[in-house]
Write a protein that binds this ligand. Structure first.
Ligand SMILES: NC(=O)C1=CN([C@@H]2O[C@H](COP(=O)(O)OP(=O)(O)OC[C@H]3O[C@@H](n4cnc5c(N)ncnc54)[C@H](OP(=O)(O)O)[C@@H]3O)[C@@H](O)[C@H]2O)C=CC1
Ligand SMILES: O=CC(=O)O
Length: 293
């Protein structure tokens, strides 16, 4: 495949770009804080000075940015991607954003003759490093077919979900469930501890039953130690809850569980935990969490 541009060298973008390089793709990277591209150069990447410079050089450009404001800024601001998008060029935004943001970007790009695909992913830092993401694509089907070899490196499974917005919505639904589960899990660990049970035994019991899942297994032991090295930053999970609640609002879907979970993530942010892993929401569960071992 042609050289790929990659905008955004955060936790996910860096892991994904390194993965593409490892699999023989030529990649040109850009990051707002340009020094974060240095490590990528060691892996064989070239660096573009601006998003526009990357798009000019590459036929296809992937973006992996924090939130709607970042996704819009990288496309529409001066030296942004849109300046160089034209017929024959493709833009693939894999950031988690809302459907409106994705549609705005899509309309701007397609009105200049370019093609657009959204492709938010399920799976965190480790699945990104291991090429085990689940890709939720929607938009231009021809572009999807063309970039599938790259998606096959990045993920274990790609879904094509139809029109622009469907990938964004699917991702928000999934993360709404995940954020709610993380809160219930946190309450469960504290409840076990406070009622005289060993939280580690709770993890063993959960892992053998119908609600066993990789998230509990992976994050539980660290949570019990109050350790939250960021794989999925809490501020991004709260952004996803907020966007999912807005989607619920639009569709008149009552979501009291998600709304409560959102409040807990907001509380965690107010405690300065936004850059910690989203499992740090554990710290908001009563005083009990503070005394767990
Ligand atoms: N981490 C995870 O487990 C997962 C994350 N996601 C989603 O992927 C996206 C990226 O997440 P992640 O890599 O963890 O996030 P990080 O916070 O690690 O990285 C965010 C990236 O966005 C850039 N950025 C932020 N604001 C702007 C802006 N205004 N203009 C230009 N660039 C900007 C940052 O640049 P700079 O370095 O200059 O700050 C950085 O490259 C998010 O939408 C997140 O919800 C999806 C699945 C899993
Ligand atoms: O968006 C986060 C994830 O783990 O998926």
């Amino acid at each position: 495949m042609e050289e790929i541009g990659f905008l955004g060298m955060g936790i996910m973008g860096k892991a994904m770009a390194i993965n593409l390089l490892r699999h023989g793709f030529k990649v040109t990277v850009w990051n707002r804080t340009l020094s974060r591209c240095d490590e990528l150069v060691q892996h064989g990447a070239s660096v573009g000075e601006t998003p526009a410079a990357v798009v000019k050089k590459c036929k296809y450009t992937i973006a992996m940015l924090s939130d709607p404001a970042a996704a819009l800024s990288v496309v529409f601001d001066k030296d942004g991607a849109l300046e160089q998008l034209c017929g024959g060029k493709g833009y693939i935004d894999m950031s988690t954003v809302d459907a409106d943001t994705s549609s705005k970007i899509s309309e701007a790009i397609t009105s200049k003759g370019g093609s657009f695909l959204e492709g938010p992913v399920s799976g965190s830092k480790k699945p990104a490093e291991d090429g085990q993401l689940v890709i939720l694509a929607a938009g231009d089907k021809a572009l999807y077919d063309h970039v599938l070899p790259a998606f096959d490196v990045l993920g274990k499974k790609s879904f094509f979900l139809g029109q622009v917005g469907n990938g964004a919505k699917m991702k928000l639904v999934v993360n709404m469930v995940m954020g709610s589960m993380m809160n219930a899990f946190s309450e469960g660990i504290v409840l076990a501890d406070k009622s005289g049970l060993d939280p580690h035994t709770l993890l063993d019991v959960l892992d053998l039953g119908a609600i066993a899942n990789p998230m509990f297994k992976m994050k539980g032991p660290a949570m019990i130690k109050h350790s939250y090295p960021p794989a999925f930053p809490l501020k991004h999970q709260q952004k996803d809850m907020r966007l999912a609640l807005a989607l619920g609002d639009e569709n008149a879907v009552p979501m009291p569980v998600a709304a409560a979970a959102n409040e807990a993530f907001k509380k965690a942010r107010s405690l300065g935990l936004g850059d910690h892993d989203f499992s740090a929401v554990f710290e908001t569960v009563g005083k009990g969490a503070q005394s767990s071992t």
